[in-house]
Design a protein around this ligand. Structure first.
Ligand code: ADP
Length: 865
């Protein structure tokens, strides 16, 4: 932009220079204006009118604006699109400064650093992730500025990193500028803005960690640096603020069941393929009453435990609420009034809490106090221990609750400047100002009456408008009686408006009182916010205790309502689920008619079940319900079964049939094989492997061969407990060959030609003939069905030269058989060619071959094959 800039535009340019990669919201009066490229971009993204400043002049520049009171909606949309927004505020009241108003960027809002409740999902943490590759390990930090949590860990490899990231589902990820893992990460995390972040040296790390450095002492180096990276970013985005982060929690990813991203998706733990929440496991068990409880439950669900003791302690707490329904119901009633203490306290710490937030904090603390009282009424020592109650009463931050109660009116407004925040009697000075304000108004009423009398103008009115202030209005017919000393202010349709020395004097006093009142109120609000901010750590501790109760009571509620039972989790090799159900299907698709099933696997015993059965029989449902039961048990929940014994599972690995997620662009077979390879690589003896219709993405031949090899490998090389659903009938032969594998089938009964699904798992392989019956169900024409039955009969008779069963001109059953099914007996022709090739190789004298001859021979052999 050529030419000299006006002071305001210089101010803008400076702010923009400091925050070049953010869209700058530049406060001018009641608007946030955007200029230059920001204006063009924002106008397009937000559908704003693009105007210009200094229109028609040499220094004309693009401009777009949004009213400040509606800004958060626009900001939310920009964040949703991955942008950062820098808020540049006026730092003084424009009416009180001469010349240009000072302006400063007070905050940069990015998707990973949102703290406004309206823009957050109450039941999910809003993580900003930072990545720091180190030697032999990669550091990860997760920061939720809205709750003040910071966690850091060192992970062995990029795969583990992706696993943790997909569990956390961050909104934003900071990676070092020159790091080659950025692209794959961005591809794997479509919801996150992946940003390059400058390198971090030791002194910057120290500075960013600040007082948290002491916490960071025991933490692995890359984890410490990742935490520092996250903090540096948050500090830069909140200049001058004290971050609400209380400590760095180092976490050990190997302490949780590893649920790979594919399994997380396939099992629909927190997100369903359709997007509906009620079809996820989380949707089925989350009846928490507080947002912090919902967040905790979600986190536990994605990271079940590997520590038998901890799992039992969690289960003990659930059990306590299962066997004390009164306590549970009372508790849940009170929890409903608590709201989001954690996020409110954090906003106070950041100085962002408004009067309405303070009111919500007061209400939440009062409810928390009652909750603690309720539980403190439990006097059985064992129960008290399970509840985590000691000698000392729970700190419910009563001092702050009291102060807020004394200070605030019932429903304080959101905007501080709207006034009417405080109760009478809270602050003497404020009360005095408000009395002055009030008496001023009364004096005006008196003045009106007196003036009417003095002048004899019966229609005289003393009134106030925001724009013109106080005035005396006289109707047209009585203008002649207006005293000389009044000054005319304005002409309106009904008459004239005047002012007088006395009126001015009184108006001044009222205005002054109002101003004093407003300023005092703002000061008192700031004080309260500071007080609340100072209690941040105590409130967070209270909130975390409440959320643990909330989760346990919610799980107990589900257990009670849906008849779940307490699982036995131990170090054994068993996985025994009796009358197990699928927590979602039993409530939705098969509500009221779900057929429970038993599954018994044992690492050193029968650890691989091949599950066959026609389509729609319930194979995938069975497989998933086993995985979900294990996850529920190890997160410390009751399970949908009559009984369950779970010998710890270290990983849940799963792979779903190709047809179920065709939406991806990549070759489905390639995806399937890559995921299968990943599973085989990472499965251990203690893992639970769920394979559903593997090999379906390719021809029958390849598919069967691969499925066979995979099942064999799982059985022999891995030895994990595994369920393998397949429609390849031929695979059932594997069970006969292995002592650790067994055939089971989901039964269906044929009635005439129809099939009735019984959904009952029974020992033994399924008959292969259901397919045709299912096809009939689906409405294939009768002629096609008849032909299919004939072809099937020919196949089952096993003779390749079976008589042609159908009419002329149709493919013969023999062809189908040769091409597709007889995998383990190669066709005669190929055997002959192979024999010749082998013979040639045997007779070959390599020493007498030139390289060229060798190549030519190779080509010939290949051609022969
Ligand atoms: P498959 O994997 O064998 O094709 P699914 O597991 O997808 O079959 O099940 C098909 C449908 O059958 C499910 O959507 C559900 O409605 C019903 N179903 C599955 N298992 C059961 C069961 N145990 N009891 C009752 N209905 C079931």
């Amino acid at each position: 932009m050529a030419g000299r800039k006006t002071p305001v535009m210089q101010q803008f340019a400076e702010a923009k220079r400091a925050y070049p990669d953010s869209i700058l919201f530049f406060r001018m009066g009641d608007f946030y204006e955007m200029f230059e490229d920001d204006a063009v971009l924002a106008a397009r993204l937000l559908d704003l009118t693009l105007t210009s400043r200094n229109k028609g002049k040499k220094d004309e520049i693009p401009m777009a604006g949004v009213p400040h009171h509606a800004a958060h909606g626009y900001i939310a949309r920009l964040l949703e699109l991955g942008h950062k927004v820098a808020i540049c505020e006026q730092m003084a009241d424009p009416s009180k400064v001469k010349g240009i108003v000072p302006r400063e960027v007070v905050r940069v809002i990015t998707p990973g650093l949102i703290t406004e409740r309206e823009q957050l999902d109450a039941s999910t943490n809003n993580w900003l992730a930072a990545v720091e590759p180190g030697e032999g390990a990669v550091g990860i930090a997760l920061l939720d500025l809205s709750t003040g949590e910071l966690r850091a860990a060192a992970l062995p490899d990029p795969a583990a990193l992706l696993g943790e990231l997909s569990r956390a589902a961050p909104r934003e990820v900071l990676v070092p500028a020159a790091w080659d893992g950025r692209e794959p990460m961005a591809a794997a995390l479509p919801r996150a803005a992946v940003r390059q972040d400058a390198a971090l040296d030791e002194s910057e790390a120290e500075q960013a960690l600040g007082t948290l450095a002491a916490d960071a002492v025991g933490i692995a180096e890359p984890a410490r640096l990742a935490a520092a990276r996250a903090l540096r970013f948050a500090l830069a985005c909140n200049p001058g603020a004290e971050l609400p982060v209380r400590r760095i929690a180092s976490w050990d990813p190997s302490g949780a069941v590893l649920i790979d991203p594919t399994a997380q998706e396939h099992l629909e733990l927190v997100q369903s393929m359709s997007g509906a929440r009620e079809t996820t496991l989380l949707g089925a068990v989350d009846t928490t009453k507080t947002p912090a409880g919902a967040r905790l439950l979600r986190r536990r669900l994605l990271a079940p435990l590997l520590d038998v003791e901890r799992i039992r302690r969690r289960l003990d707490l659930v059990e306590l609420f299962v066997i004390n329904p009164r306590l549970r119901d009372d508790l849940r009633g009170l929890l409903g009034g608590i709201g989001d203490l954690e996020r409110l306290a954090t906003r106070a710490k950041l100085g962002e809490a408004n009067p309405r937030d303070l009111g919500a904090l007061r209400d939440g603390l009062l409810a928390a106090c009652q909750t603690a009282l309720l539980l403190d009424g439990v006097d059985d020592p064992a129960s008290r221990e399970t509840l985590g109650l000691g000698e000392e009463p729970v700190d419910t931050v009563d001092d702050l609750a009291d102060e807020l109660s004394r200070a605030l009116v019932e429903r304080p407004p959101a905007q501080p400047k709207d006034g009417g925040v405080f109760r009478e009697g809270f602050d003497a000075e404020l009360d005095a100002e408000s009395a002055l304000k009030k008496s001023g108004a009364e004096r005006m009423v008196e003045l009106e009456a007196r003036l009417r009398e003095e002048t004899g103008i019966t229609t005289l009115k003393v009134r106030y408008t925001r724009v013109f202030g106080w005035y005396i209005e006289v109707s047209r017919s009585q203008l002649s009686r207006v005293p000389e000393s009044w000054r005319r202010k304005q002409t309106v349709a009904a008459g004239e408006r005047y002012t007088s020395a006395e009126l001015d004097d009184l108006a001044d006093r009222i205005t002054h009182a109002e101003e004093r009142h407003r300023e005092l109120e703002l000061t008192l609000i700031r004080q309260l916010v500071r007080r609340a901010g100072a209690a941040n750590a105590r409130i967070a501790a209270l909130s975390s205790r409440l959320s643990r109760w909330d989760v346990a009571a919610a799980l107990a509620d589900v257990a009670h309502r849906y008849d779940y039972s307490r699982p036995e989790v131990d170090d054994s090799e068993q996985l025994e689920i009796l009358d197990g159900r699928h927590p979602v299907v039993e409530r939705l698709a098969a509500a009221g008619r779900f057929v429970p099933n038993d599954v018994k696997l044992e690492i050193s015993g029968e650890h691989l079940w091949l599950v066959t059965g026609p389509n729609m029989a319930g194979k995938s449902t069975l497989l998933r319900q086993v995985a979900l039961t294990v996850i529920l048990a190890q997160m410390g929940s009751y399970v949908p079964a009559r009984s369950a014994r779970i010998g710890l599972v270290d990983r849940v690995l799963s792979r779903v049939g190709a047809s179920d997620n065709l939406a991806r662009g990549e070759s489905t077979f390639m995806v399937e094989m890559r995921e299968t390879a990943g599973i085989l690589r990472s499965a251990t003896r203690r893992s639970l492997v769920i394979l559903d219709e593997i090999g379906r993405g390719t021809s029958t031949f390849d598919g069967l061969a691969i499925a066979w090899a995979v099942a064999e490998y799982l059985d022999e090389a891995v030895g994990a407990r595994a369920l393998f659903a397949t429609h390849y009938y031929e695979l059932t032969a594997l069970a006969e060959a292995s002592e650790h594998a067994a055939n089971h089938s989901v039964s269906a009964r044929e009635l005439e030609d129809d099939v009735v699904f019984l959904h009952r798992l029974v020992p033994g392989a399924a008959s292969r003939s259901y397919g045709v019956a299912v096809a009939k169900l689906a409405g294939l024409p009768e002629s096609v069905l008849a032909r299919a039955r004939a072809v099937l009969a020919a196949l089952e008779s096993g003779s390749h030269g079976a008589a042609e069963p159908g009419a002329e001109g149709r493919p013969r059953a023999r062809r189908v058989s040769e091409n597709q099914l007889d995998l383990f007996a190669p066709p005669a022709e190929e055997t002959k060619a192979q024999g010749e090739v082998l013979e040639t190789l045997r007779q070959l004298d390599i020493d007498r071959l030139t390289p060229l001859e060798a190549l030519q021979l190779l080509a010939r052999l290949k051609q022969r094959l």
